[in-house]
Design a protein around this ligand. Structure first.
Ligand code: AHM
Ligand code: MG
Length: 333
């Protein structure tokens, strides 16, 4: 059942996330509450990361650890902390039987083999911005496991494909902290009120504009993009669109979601699969984007149609307002 903002059962702006989750659960008579609990666990971890991010400069949590993660990138202290916090919250919550994280090469087994769900997370995305007090985010994706409950979870639980996600979303630690998620119906945003310690419904039933005038990509890579992408960017400039690029996917995506725009991380000459990770960056944002009326493509197919083959695989990503994404795709053909 879809409960949009105009539905009589819809809750008004200002209700807490907990109440919202509980309310949504009662709309599904067969829901057992595990997914609701899992979402609460993620929100709790988000509150803890919010706290760490906000005091990072004071207690020297910025800066590198001097080691690299599985992608060969240097790990930041906050990356590590966010990873530990999220994994702990999910383990303690008991609903997730396994986790994959950008920060860990292998599947993390929580020990909760009776849990029905697996979670893919990028605990703190936008690592180049951690040191400099610029917006960063968490991205998450939830699947119902396909291996039998009670058994050891396996790779197949994570490689189900983007359309099998049961919930997905992100937390943006920006000028305020906001959690935006979907359970496959509408997309809703909850702004964190630190004085209350609560996420409050602030952006119900998000519908993104069908067109926009903002394009977001790393302009420094332009000579390395395929000709079609270069042509599209030239057309954006000719139309005097606005270029906005934070370098934090969550921040760039969130702005474009609300205002209308396109985010691009195309293949480069060196990296034909682009930079972003399919399972915990592209899939969750694509799932959420589609619920809000946006499109997400890898240039050839919908992101959600990509058949995943490995935990940390990368994909090109074009995501945002449908008219803009379609126009970009027309340049690629
Ligand atoms: P990360 O997971 O190491 O933080 O990398 C992902 C980030 C995205 O948030 C951002 O859009 C992109 O990398 C920026 O990459 P670049 O610096 O190449 O433009
Ligand atoms: Mg990332």
């Amino acid at each position: 059942m879809e409960i949009t903002a105009s539905h009589p059962l819809a809750l008004p702006v200002g209700v807490t996330l907990d109440r919202y989750i509980m309310h949504r659960q009662t709309a599904f008579p067969y829901a057992t509450g595990e997914l609701s609990q899992l979402l609460r666990d993620i929100a709790l971890a988000g509150k803890i990361i919010h706290r760490e991010v906000n005091r990072a400069g004071l207690i020297d949590l910025t800066g590198g650890m001097g080691i690299q993660n599985v992608q060969g990138e240097s790990q930041q202290k906050l990356d590590m902390i966010a990873n530990i916090r999220f994994c702990r919250a999910l383990k303690n919550g008991g609903e997730a039987c396994a986790i994959i994280s950008e920060e860990d090469e292998d599947i993390i087994f929580t020990g909760n083999n009776n849990g029905k769900y697996v979670v893919a997370i990028d605990p703190l995305d936008g690592s180049s911005n951690i040191d400099v007090n610029v917006s960063i985010g968490t991205i998450f994706s939830i699947y119902r496991r396909v291996t039998p409950i009670g058994s050891q979870p396996a790779l197949s639980d994570f490689l189900q494909g983007g359309r099998q996600q049961v919930a997905a979303g992100y937390i943006l630690y920006g000028s305020s902290t906001i959690l935006v998620y979907t359970t496959g119906h509408s997309a809703n945003g909850f702004t964190y009120d630190a004085s209350l310690g609560e996420f409050i419904l602030s952006h119900p039933d998000i519908h993104s504009p069908v067109d926009g005038q903002i394009y977001s990509c790393n302009d420094g890579n332009i000579n390395s993009y395929d000709q079609g992408v270069q042509d599209y960017l030239t057309s954006c400039r000719k139309k005097q669109y606005t270029a906005r690029y934070i370098g934090s996917l969550v921040g760039d995506f969130h702005r474009n979601l609300l205002k209308g725009g396109i985010y691009l991380y195309p293949p480069t000459k060196k990296n034909r699969d682009g930079k972003l990770r399919l399972l915990y960056e592209a899939f969750p944002l694509a799932f959420l984007a589609e619920k809000a009326g946006c499109l997400a493509s890898d240039g050839q197919q919908s992101i959600l149609d990509i058949v995943p083959t490995s935990l940390h695989q990368r994909t090109p990503l074009y995501i945002g307002s449908p008219i803009m994404v379609n126009e970009l795709l027309s340049h690629l053909q």
